[in-house]
Design a protein around this ligand. Structure first.
Ligand SMILES: *Cc1c(COP(=O)(O)O)cnc(C)c1O
Length: 341
C-alpha cells in the first residue's frame, strides 16, 4: 500500500480529511449494518436533537505503525466500553462494544495510506462519535441517531522535546457534583472553552479544575487526568466521581505497578498537598504524558522540583515504558495492542 505524500514530522493537530469514514444509523429501535462512505459531510434537519440539546458523545484513540510494521490501535475495547457509558448517561442507544472495535478496524484499514510510518512520531487520530439526528423540540431524547468514525493524521505531539507546561487553578468548574464530568460528552467541552481561552490569554497552557463541591481537591484539566509523583517516588492520581476515566491514566497506573514496581495511590488529592510533590504530568491519548512544571494558584506559584526544562525522572520512565509498549518495543500486557493490518 502506497502511503499518502504527507510531511508526517510537520503535521499539526488539525483536521485533515481522509478517504473513508464509517457511518451507522439508528432508527426504529435498531442500528443498521453500517458502512464506509467517502462523504465527509452530514446533512441534518435544523431541529436535530444534537443541534438543539447537545445530545452527543465521542471518543478519541490513535492508530499507528509499530516497530515491526503492523498497524494497530491501543485498547480500543476500553473506548468502546466508555462510549457505552457515555451514551447511556445521555439517554442514547448503545453502539455495541464488539461492533465499535470492528468499525474502528474497518475505517483504519480503509485509511491505511494515512497511517504515519513508524518513527515519524505522527499517528492517525480516530474519532468515534454519536449524535441525535431527528427533529426534537420538546426536551426529550431523540429517536434516531448516527454513529460515525472519522480519522485524521496528526503530527508528533511534542516537536523538539516535551516542554513542561504552566497551568493555573481555574475559578470555573468543569463538572457539577453528580453531573456529567465522568462521561465523554461534547457538552463538557463547550462550557470549558471560555476557561481555556482566558487561560491562554493570561499565558497559561491549561486549567487545573478543582472538585466542584468543596474546591479543595484536584480533579483534572479540560482534557487530561493528573498524575503526581511524591518525593519518595510514589505515583499518586486523583480519584473522584466527576473525573473522566482516562485510558492512558489507567494504563500508566498498571505500568507503574507491574513494569516499574512503583507504589501507586489512587485517592483524593488536596490542592494543599500539591506543593509537596516532586513531579506532575497530564495524561491523555494525544500526548500520553505532558509534564507540568508550574501550577499557579491565584498568584501563588507552585514550582515542581522537576523544573521547566524537562520531564521529571519518574514521569519520563512512565512515558518511555508506555510508549515502548504501544510501539511494540516492550512486551504489552495481554489484549492491549489490537492489530488491524
Ligand atoms: C478524553 C479525556 C481524557 C483523556 O482520556 P484518554 O482515554 O486517556 O484519552 C481526560 N479528561 C477528559 C476530560 C477527557 O475528555
Amino acid at each position: 500500500m502506497e502511503k499518502k505524500d504527507i510531511d508526517w514530522g510537520n503535521l499539526g493537530f488539525g483536521y485533515v480529511s481522509t478517504d473513508y469514514r464509517y457511518v451507522s444509523n439508528y432508527k426504529a429501535g435498531a442500528w443498521d449494518g453500517g458502512q464506509l462512505t467517502q462523504d465527509a459531510n452530514i446533512v441534518l434537519n435544523e431541529c436535530a436533537g444534537v443541534l438543539q440539546y447537545a445530545q452527543t458523545v465521542f471518543e478519541g484513540l490513535k492508530a499507528y505503525t509499530t516497530e515491526d510494521g503492523h498497524i494497530v490501535t491501543f485498547r480500543p475495547d476500553l473506548n468502546a466500553e466508555r462510549m457505552e457509558k457515555s451514551a447511556a448517561r445521555l439517554e442514547m442507544p448503545v453502539f455495541p462494544c464488539d461492533r465499535f472495535v470492528k468499525a474502528v478496524s474497518e475505517v483504519v484499514a480503509a485509511n491505511a495510506a494515512y497511517v504515519p510510518p513508524y518513527g515519524s512520531g505522527a499517528t492517525l487520530y480516530v474519532r468515534p462519535y454519536m449524535f441525535g439526528s431527528n427533529p426534537v423540540i420538546g426536551v426529550k431524547p431523540a429517536d434516531e441517531y448516527q454513529f460515525r468514525i472519522f480519522c485524521t493524521p496528526v503530527g508528533p505531539y511534542f516537536k523538539g522535546g516535551a516542554k513542561p507546561l504552566t497551568i493555573r487553578v481555574s475559578d470555573f468548574d468543569r463538572a457539577a457534583p453528580h453531573g456529567t464530568g465522568h462521561i465523554k460528552a461534547g457538552l463538557n467541552y463547550a462550557m470549558s472553552l471560555h476557561a481555556i481561552v482566558t487561560a491562554h490569554e493570561e499565558g497559561y497552557d491549561e486549567n487545573m479544575y478543582l472538585d466542584p463541591s468543596t474546591r479543595t481537591k484536584v480533579e483534572e484539566t479540560g482534557g487530561a487526568n493528573f498524575l503526581f509523583v511524591t518525593k519518595d517516588g510514589k505515583v499518586v492520581t486523583p480519584k473522584s466521581d466527576s473525573i473522566l476515566p482516562s485510558i492512558t491514566r489507567r494504563s500508566l497506573v498498571h505500568v507503574a505497578k507491574e513494569y516499574l514496581g512503583l507504589a501507586v495511590e489512587e485517592r483524593e488529592v488536596f490542592l494543599d498537598e500539591v506543593k509537596d510533590f516532586a513531579e506532575c504530568g497530564l495524561c491523555g491519548t494525544a500526548a500520553v504524558i505532558s509534564p507540568v512544571g508550574k501550577i499557579v494558584d491565584h498568584g501563588r506559584e507552585i514550582c515542581l522540583p522537576s523544573g521547566m526544562e524537562e520531564m521529571g525522572p519518574v514521569t519520563r520512565k512512565l512515558y518511555d515504558t508506555l510508549t515502548g509498549i504501544q510501539m511494540g518495543r516492550i512486551q504489552a500486557p495481554e489484549g492491549w495492542i489490537h492489530v488491524i493490518l
